[in-house]
Ligand binder design. Sequence first.
Ligand SMILES: Cc1cc2nc3c(=O)[nH]c(=O)nc-3n(C[C@H](O)[C@H](O)[C@H](O)COP(=O)(O)O)c2cc1C
Length: 205
Amino acid sequence: MKKNIYAVISGAVLLFGAAACAKAPSVEEQAKEAAPSAVQAAQKPSSGKKILVAYYSYSGNTKAVAGQIAQALGADLFEINTVEPYPASYGDLLDKAKQEINSGTKPALSARVENMAQYDVVFIGSPNWWGTIAPAVSSFVSQYDWQGKAVAGFVTHGGGGMQNCERDLKNQLSGATFLQWAAFPGRSLGADAEDLQAWLNKLAL
Ligand SMILES: Cc1cc2nc3c(=O)[nH]c(=O)nc-3n(C[C@H](O)[C@H](O)[C@H](O)COP(=O)(O)O)c2cc1C
């Protein structure tokens, strides 16, 4: 069953993957800050909650949405990076990702969040990879204590939407409380500003 789903999805993935590859995620591009489309100016939550936006992004889409969220909320940003880079070839990337997901591999990460205890709310962003979260995001969440934290997950995707991302990530966040989660179509310029704002408004932070 899983294989069939992957087979169906891979068509869409390859389509969107071509777009991702065309964007050629060079070192320079990856180093560039996310260029968020216009989302309402930073409004620090009146509650005084301290917010972190942590994300993994291979080709920049999730990074762009993370940047929009951080800008809108005046939150801190943390990019999840693996020690070993993923393949530049899209075909090899698909294979490597599938193999890691199927084997439950948690790749080593290059940095940790300093003083995670200070954050009341954590946004966790991932691309949808084979219907679930990217393995680097599993590595990230396995490193911290989620007891008492409010978590809002967000995903960018190539047409499949949230699929199992929310379920699979929530299962790894023992002790957290959950805000509403969101999925956005993967676009290098970030999420539609109105959709993003509507979601953030619902969270009432
Ligand atoms: C290994 C891999 C697997 C993917 N699997 C799916 C999928 O199952 N469903 C889907 O809608 N998109 C899938 N995509 C497309 C990505 O979710 C989409 O392009 C996303 O916005 C990429 O985010 P990023 O630019 O932050 O890396 C996949 C992409 C890759 C690289």
